[in-house]
Design a protein around this ligand. Structure first.
Ligand code: ADP
Ligand code: MG
Length: 394
């Protein structure tokens, strides 16, 4: 792969202070880390640096505070990270400033100083040069390992990368490698499974893969934008109005494309978005009034599973239905099981698809589970990620 950036393994980090941008944007519940997947994904780079004699100054955003918010302090992440690393993790009193700089300078090799939530500073999302400069003062080198935030040009992902010698972390490198491989050089047939709630967020990927993939399988609420565009009744199903025109455009393009676009042929209906709602199987896709499609049906699931089994590469993004509700989880479970069992290479992106795989106990059965939802979609679409572009050396 041609790349304009260097990886962390090539960084001269022994005895140096390294600012590491990780994606530790984890869900919290009752003041504790509810899911540490992202922290675990960041460990290899942190360990590599610590074991190689660097002092690590770690920074991430957490949720979307507008200014200082004690509820979104990094304290719970600091303690979970310390537990996972088996080493102390100091929490800085702020993101930048004199006191933080003194703490960074006092951090010995082999130790971690975690900065406070980068979104406590307005300069983060504004990519403010002064804030970026204050970050750069905390270290000698910069490592970006935050794939999940690489599609944002923020101060911790982009601005600071232009001020310090920058390197890609192990996770960022692996994500780029896996996803660009699927995009540029997949083992065929390439089967793309797209679901979830909104067409608009995935339209770029859909358009791109109409050119690249052999088959695209559509599920989730997304299919109702397609059915509406085809003049098929959708009842009370969730239809993204803005997605209908996009879907019509995709259908038109699919006519002249080599790629086969598959839509559901049967559905599981409910009266409302609730586990306890009345439920029925519809052998067809004309949804009557008073009902909503909440999952793909068993015929659709079987067809999709077969296509997945025959694939050289499977790329899956977005659940097939409202999988959080057990009565409507079968389509997503069927696809997840097919992906887990597939002989071909399997790549899964998207927060809810990852959550579904984890809920079914299949997360370790796929070849690559991307940690970035938006970032993975933008990369697959062929967009340049600002956090990666900023690491490039002339
Ligand atoms: P991902 O995070 O994997 O990219 P999305 O965020 O696009 O996925 O979509 C996930 C959401 O879509 C889930 O919360 C799921 O309940 C919802 N969803 C999927 N199918 C339906 C449907 N038929 N009706 C309503 N909601 C649906
Ligand atoms: Mg989601």
């Amino acid at each position: 792969m041609s790349q304009g950036w260097a990886g962390v393994c090539d960084a001269p980090f022994e005895g140096r202070r390294v600012l590491v941008r990780a994606d530790l944007n984890v869900p919290l519940a009752n003041g504790e880390v509810a899911d540490d997947t992202r922290i675990c994904a960041a460990l290899p780079t942190i360990r590599l640096l610590l074991e190689g004699g660097a002092a690590v100054v770690l920074v991430t955003h957490l949720d979307r505070p507008k200014g200082w918010d004690p509820e979104l302090s990094m304290a719970p992440v600091a303690s979970r990270l310390a537990g996972l690393l088996g080493a102390p993790v100091e929490l800085a009193p702020a993101v930048v400033g004199d006191e933080v700089r003194a703490r960074a300078e006092a951090t010995p090799p082999g130790s971690v100083l975690l900065l406070e939530n980068s979104r406590f500073e307005a300069g983060e999302t504004a990519n403010d040069p002064e804030f970026a400069a204050a970050l750069a003062e905390l270290a000698d080198l910069y490592v970006n390992d935050a794939f999940g935030a690489a599609h944002r040009a923020h101060a911790t992902t982009e601005g600071v990368a232009r001020l310090l010698p920058g390197y890609a972390g192990l996770l960022l490198e692996r994500e780029l490698e896996e996803l660009t491989h699927v995009r540029d050089n997949p083992e065929r047939p390439l089967v793309v499974v797209l679901g979830g709630a909104k067409v608009s967020g995935k339209i770029g990927v859909l358009a791109r893969f109409l050119e690249l993939a052999d088959r695209i399988l559509i599920g989730g609420a997304m299919c109702f934008s397609f059915f509406r565009a085809q003049g098929i009744a959708t009842g009370d199903s969730l239809v993204e109005e803005a997605g209908v025109d996009l879907a019509r455009d995709v259908l038109a393009r699919a006519e002249s494309s080599e790629c086969e676009l598959l839509l559901p042929v049967d559905l599981i209906l409910g009266r409302s978005f609730a586990a306890a709602t009345e439920r029925r199987h519809l052998d067809g896709v004309e949804v009557p009034d008073g009902w909503m499609g909440l999952d793909v049906g068993p015929r659709t699931t079987a067809t999709y599973a077969e296509a997945i089994a025959e694939a050289g590469t499977v790329l899956w993004n977005g659940p097939m239905g409202a999988f959080e509700l057990e009565p409507f989880a079968a389509g997503t479970r069927g696809v997840a099981e097919a992906v887990a069992a597939a002989q071909g290479k399997t790549i899964v992106g998207g927060g809810d698809s990852a959550a579904a795989l984890a809920a079914f106990g299949l997360a370790d059965q796929v070849d690559w589970l991307s940690t970035g939802g938006g970032a993975s979609l933008e990369l697959l679409e062929g967009k340049e990620l600002p956090g990666v572009a900023a690491l490039a050396r002339p």
